[in-house]
Design a protein around this ligand. Structure first.
Ligand SMILES: [Zn+2]
Length: 172
């Protein structure tokens, strides 16, 4: 009986220590990719890629092949399409982190302004992959949109065209 009670105590302890459940909304459905994680450009079943503008997705996948072939760099996606709810969550977190909406908007847009919500923006990593896109992205129409976000790319020119100068930050 004592052993049974001890087991019960252990079970309760483990249950109490279990990590909190994931936030509401399955990650794959709202496009969320946990911070410091990334997905392959071939993971096209993930909502972050499945709901991107198809032309943007095609450009990113082609650029990833080129990055691998020419530099041995694996270009991964750290963020793509985001649901409006997910974007709002990120914005709320940024307001908390930076202390004001004005400051937060330098880094994260509210849902009605974000190109991620419309499927027209992609964040890439690691740094050497972002470097590759800064140098060669224009071959695929991919341009760095914001000077302070070297990882954020949008289709801002035609293939082989010239990228516009990145603007200072998302608020600018
Ligand atoms: Zn972005």
């Amino acid at each position: 009986m004592a052993i049974f009670r001890a087991v019960l105590v252990v079970v309760f302890f483990v249950a109490a220590c279990a990590p909190a459940p994931e936030p509401v909304g399955a990650p794959a459905e709202d496009g969320s990719i946990p911070e410091n994680e990334s997905i392959s450009v071939n993971d096209t079943g993930h909502a972050a890629l499945a709901r991107l503008d198809p032309a943007l997705l095609a450009a990113v996948r082609e650029a990833a092949v080129a990055a691998q072939a020419s530099r041995g760099v694996e270009l991964k996606v750290t963020s793509g399409w985001r649901s409006a709810e997910y974007q709002q969550r990120l914005f709320d977190q940024a307001v908390e982190r930076y202390g004001s909406e004005k400051e937060a908007r330098r880094w994260v847009q509210p849902p009605d302004k974000s190109k991620h919500v419309t499927g027209q923006a992609v964040d890439v990593g690691p740094t050497n992959a972002a470097d590759f896109l800064i140098q060669h992205g224009a071959d695929y129409g991919l341009c760095q949109a914001y000077a302070n976000e070297m990882w954020h790319f949008e289709l801002l020119t035609s293939r082989g065209g010239e990228c516009p100068q990145p603007v200072g930050d998302p608020a600018g």
